[in-house]
Design a protein around this ligand. Structure first.
Ligand SMILES: [Zn+2]
Length: 134
C-alpha cells in the first residue's frame, strides 16, 4: 500500500492525543508507533518519518523533551544547526579572567538540546506531557 503524508497540523493533533493519554513516552520509536496508529484512524495510508516527528515533538508547547546524549568520539561540525530540531544553535560563553570570552558550547534556541564544543550525539528521547502554559 502506498503511503501518504499527513500535514504538520494532523501530526500535531495526533501527538496531542497520544501524549495526553500516555502522559509520558520513553522513546522516539515508541512515540512514532503511537502517533502513526493515531494518524491511521483518519487515513490508513498515513506515515511519518522519525526526524519529522521529532522536530514537531520537541517544539510542542504541551510536551517536555528529555534528551539523553553521548559524547561524540570525534569533533562534529554542527554547522550552527541543532541535530534534534534543525533550529539555530546559540553559543554559550563564559568570561575569562583576562576579560575576554570563551565559547563553551551551544544551546538550541527552540528545544532542550545543548552541547559542549566536542558535540553531544542524541541517543534517546523521553517525552512528557505538561499542561499548556497560558
Ligand atoms: Zn533544537
Amino acid at each position: 500500500m502506498p503511503y501518504s503524508i499527513p500535514s504538520d497540523e494532523e501530526i500535531r493533533d495526533a501527538l496531542d492525543i497520544v501524549i495526553k493519554r500516555m502522559k509520558a513516552v520513553g522513546s522516539l520509536r515508541k512515540l512514532r508507533e503511537l502517533v502513526i496508529r493515531e494518524l491511521r484512524i483518519k487515513d490508513p495510508s498515513y506515515t511519518v518519518g522519525p526526524s519529522r516527528l521529532r522536530e514537531i515533538a520537541v517544539t510542542s508547547p504541551i510536551m517536555n523533551t528529555n534528551i539523553e546524549a553521548r559524547q561524540a568520539s570525534e569533533r562534529k561540525d554542527l554547522k550552527g544547526k541543532c541535530p534534534v530540531c534543525g533550529e539555530k544553535l546559540k553559543r554559550t560563553k563564559n568570561e575569562t579572567i583576562f576579560g575576554g570570552t570563551v565559547t563553551l558550547g551551544y544551546t538550541c534556541s527552540s528545544c532542550p538540546y545543548w552541547t559542549n564544543l566536542k558535540g553531544r550525539v542524541p541517543t534517546r528521547y523521553r517525552f512528557e506531557y505538561v499542561k499548556e502554559h497560558s
